[in-house]
Design a protein around this ligand. Sequence first.
Ligand code: 13P
Ligand code: SF4
Length: 354
Amino acid sequence: MIIETTTEGIYEKLSRLLADTVPDFELRLKAELAAEINRLKIEKNAVILGHNYMEPALFHSIPDFVGDSLELSRKAAETDKDIIVFCGVKFMAETAKILNPTKKVLIPSEKAGCSLAASITAEDVRELKRRFPGVPVVTYINTYADVKAETDICCTSSNAVAVVKSLKSDKVIFIPDEYLAGNVARETGKQVIFPTREPKMRFPNELDYQMIGWPGRCEVHEKFSVEDIQNVRKQFPDVVILAHPECSPEVVAASDYSGSTTAMISYVEKTDAPRFLLLTECAMGDNIMAANPSKEMLRMCSVRCPHMNQITLEETRDALRLNRYVIEVPEEIRVRAARAVERMIEIGAVGKVD
Ligand code: 13P
Ligand code: SF4
């Protein structure tokens, strides 16, 4: 793969993709930064992984690979570079370290957290296992390493249904996203209950449930409502609406399509429609529009992920210059977390499981 290291080369690409939306002087500044990053990347034998939510100038200039959580985990596991710079949030960078522990993994900002990952602790999972002994635990990849270490298998938004089906179990603990749990339950014909944090709360054995959830939510996707969808459809009757599965089951049901960030991008690219609305982080619509100028995307950019937005070209340059911020995972936790992530990757590789 040829890496563009000149400001002029990057500026030419960025202005071809973004000149309609970004002022020229801004494009020049970003191109200069991106060129410096790409030179540092070669000098330090690094690979840059960029999540689909990265802002357009970064997304279209410095990543060697872009994608959703599952795709980037695979790339992190496969790379032979010395350094992995993760332009995404902390749980993603941690997953890279879990899968490829001999590499130095850097995240450009220490503030890039995630409301879902912050919603549950390893002790919470141990408590669930005590309350529901023998029930397999499926953990969304949007969690920290110590939580992954307590679980049987991880999943991402692109393989959650396949992972749950692969367990061939009547009951599953599915944590921590209550909306994703609801969406997976709907697709697998299961019902979900949400235990309270009250330690004294007891669940009778005869209760009719098959999925045990957790009240975690994505602070971005929880903001979209069925009313938003109705209003948009009134204003634009021909709009095609796509919702990430971290949206509520009601929002997903009122949309035309639901899938991981990459699945949504592919759907838009393959579908002929007058206009699209993505119920997800706003930068993704901008990235699609830049690469596919014929696609009209409606923008709902009052809803942003404050964590993903911590990752800038400036912070990425400084990460490479200063070797910061290094992701560390204690080996005892890493080994147990790796089992859960690798099990998921095996399932992802064989596609849908029935
Ligand atoms: P994807 O795995 O679909 O990219 O989602 C990650 C995420 O954090 C969405 O909010
Ligand atoms: Fe976490 Fe939501 Fe941001 Fe994704 S969009 S990183 S789930 S807070």
